[in-house]
Design a protein around this ligand. Sequence first.
Ligand code: BF8
Ligand code: SF4
Length: 629
Amino acid sequence: MKTIDKASEQVLKKAEKEKIETAWDRLESMQPECGFGQLGICCRNCVMGPCRIDPFGEGAKTGICGATADIIAARGIARMIAAGAAAHSDHGRDVAHTLLMTAEGKTKGYEIKDEQKLKALAEELGIKIEGKDKNKIAAEVAEKCFAEFGQQHGELQFTHRAPKKRQEIWRKLGIMPRGIDREIVEIMHRTHIGVDNDPENIIRQGMRAALGDGWGGSMIATDLSDVLFGTPKPLRSMVNLGVLKEDEVNIVVHGHEPTLSDVIVSAAQDPELLELARKNGAKGINLAGICCTANEILMRHGIPIAGNFLQQELAIATGAVELMLVDVQCVMPALGSLCRCFHTKLVSTSPKAKFPFAEHVEFNEEDALNIAKKIVRMAVENYKSRNKSKTDIPKDKMDLVAGISAESVFNILGGKYRATYRPLNDAIISGRLRGAAGVVGCNNPKVTHDWGHVEMAKELIKNDVLVVVTGCSAIADAKAGLLTPESALMYAGKGLQEICEATGLPPVLHMGSCVDISRILITLCNVLNEGGLGEDISDLPVAGAAPEWMSEKAVSIGFYVVASGVFTVLGEPLPIQGAKEFTELVCNHLKDMVGANFAFESDPVKAAHLIIDHLNKKREALKLKVWGR
Ligand code: BF8
Ligand code: SF4
């Protein structure tokens, strides 16, 4: 089965009938995938190779330089971390840039929306705020954050948000990140031929760069986005391909950075463009999102989501999309040729990311609103070209609640509102909640679309585990109805059900895009600070999972989550299994180093039970109630 999502299934049938190719078809024609690559034992870091290790027979046991399977796999993973951390962090840098330009009055279409968060950040960063207006403060905050990327000595500022004990672990292991860019560069240096050839030493640097992502680049992205676009608060919206409209201009935003999508929201409400839409025979302008940029504008504006990663092609294949605009990350290069089968215009906007058959309208912050309007106008003018006979929009759409941040909501978990995390901690201590799990990450056509996320989330909430979600996982669960308060009655265990009833919250909480996993880290710190659940993140009854992951960003996330002390289960194994000792290091020995490790389990229900067992063990260590004992 390709997908559990009815809307996706309907469009996939249409695609098959009309011989439209999708990622699933391409996966099929790729079979068998390269076994050396899957096992992580091939290397082309120099041109004496490429080399590959024979995992079974009498073939090569080292590369030409002498690198073993373990060295090759460790280098490969470190480079995946470097790419993932670079992607998230560059996103953070772009938000810092937009904040600085806005503070200097050089942008059109942005303003500082959360002054309170700005001031709190300034104080944390050691910036004096007395007598300064918000723009002056914002400029200094942006500059200070910029400096974190290139910092050569010292420690990243936001790592000091972590519990003292955790910071000590990082220092002792030599994995406290210095500057974000510096750690990424150092991975590239160490994995060059003939540099670091000790798998443990390599992965230490991998974790250091990953921590620079989670507690650096990603955290900067989240915090500065909140300052600029507003900190999310709970809100309702809709999800799935059924949010596309038959009689309106459909614009789909896809990619990651909120800087463009946020102004597109304003441009789509422009009276002149709405009038033009009506003149062209459309009833309005309908905005929807794919992937994490969708999560960004859902969290802050309630803009509906058309789908997750594997639905990017399906949205176009409905025939109802006038224009898809993309920025960076997770955008398939297949989109351009697909758009040529329909009237859909594909518009690339980032100087960093151009695509075949896409029209490029370069985005810049100085003129953001005008550029956004230009793109919306292109969509409106394209409505006339829609071929009604080629259009087929699935009816499926689902309600959802989103907009959960570390600042909101957790205060009321447990039922009574007080401005502390006490109710949440009490719920865990009393055993109404067994613990919490962050289920995050991508889609991957190797896994039945959405199945990994949805089955895992259901099994967890059934066992009174509060589930927090981000990225494409959040979208999968939303489509299955798990982001509605009502789903608690259908799927949650008794304790979690009581909490959802008392608070009106769903049992699965949407915390945003993938960079917003930093919100989960902060939530964990807040829980610890509240007291009663240990002294370090690794003491908490919490776990992480990525049931359908595929991207290098997910590898970076996995490593910063584990290095922060959170046990993490991956649906697809890391490509390291041809390297026995390195696999043992990642799946076991890391526990002795950072208090947490990875597990690989492709069955989402079994994976949920690995998590539940882990939470039970943590509860036992904290001397809290454990079920069935
Ligand atoms: O950053 S979950 S497929 S969209 S990588 Fe990409 Fe994966 Fe989706 Fe968001 Ni995250
Ligand atoms: Fe082969 Fe070593 Fe060169 Fe890699 S670095 S390609 S293992 S010789």
